[in-house]
Design a binder for this molecule. Structure first.
Ligand code: NI
Length: 207
């Protein structure tokens, strides 16, 4: 149910800004109300839709400003994570990070966007978890969910740029951690987060 609705949102079969009405989904797909409600809740949690009090859930329809603000917040949180972990990472942490890089690469080569995004999220959240700051980890998860919603939409509609092709940056992140080089780490994460924002603006300007 969740996957079905998510797919429809990403492909814009359900138009941006439209309301997710339990009753009409129930009628259309002939499934019971509870799984629909759960799916809608999850879509809201992950940033595909937004819940408004007394009005219901609406498919997100972000302005360019909102998208750029999300990427900017992502960057700020990554800068903080970098500052807290750049000299805290052990050999086995690096191995773990490398595992997610190869997972991401395999997914990318197979054209599996969902698996790619999952590996990407694990990679970034692992470092946030290493900070020991639960709120930082929680906020980063929220922002990455949101940013990944935008990346999915961009990926589906862009034929011109490899939106998810920034796996290479992750290697530089690992190098910087290995060298305990904060400035390299921050520069890399800055470029990594900015790439998507630039891609988004560029794609928008061509529409
Ligand atoms: Ni990444």
């Amino acid at each position: 149910m969740y996957r079905h609705l998510r797919e429809q949102i990403v492909t814009k079969e359900i138009s941006p800004g439209s309301q997710l009405v339990e009753k009409s989904i129930e009628a259309e797909l002939s499934v019971s109300r509870t799984p629909i409600r759960q799916a809608i809740r999850r879509l809201c949690d992950e940033g595909f839709a937004k819940l408004y009090a007394h009005r219901g859930a609406f498919v997100m329809n972000p302005s360019e400003t909102e998208v750029l603000q999300a990427f900017e917040m992502w960057k700020y949180l990554e800068m903080k994570v970098a500052e807290l972990v750049y000299n805290q990472v052990t050999y086995s942490d690096l191995q773990q990070l490398n595992k997610w890089i190869s997972e991401g690469e395999q997914a990318w080569e197979a054209g599996d966007v969902e698996r790619y995004l999952e590996a990407d999220k694990e990679f970034h959240l692992f470092l946030a978890w290493k900070t020991g700051n639960e709120l930082l980890h929680e906020f980063l998860e929220r922002i990455i969910n949101q940013v990944h919603v935008y990346v999915r939409m961009l990926e589906r509609h862009s034929k011109t740029i490899p939106v998810i092709g920034r796996v290479k940056d992750h290697y530089s992140v690992v190098d910087a951690l290995e060298e305990q080089d904060l400035s390299l780490l921050q520069t890399t994460l800055d470029e990594h987060t900015r790439y998507h924002a630039t891609a988004w603006s560029w794609e928008r300007s061509r529409q």
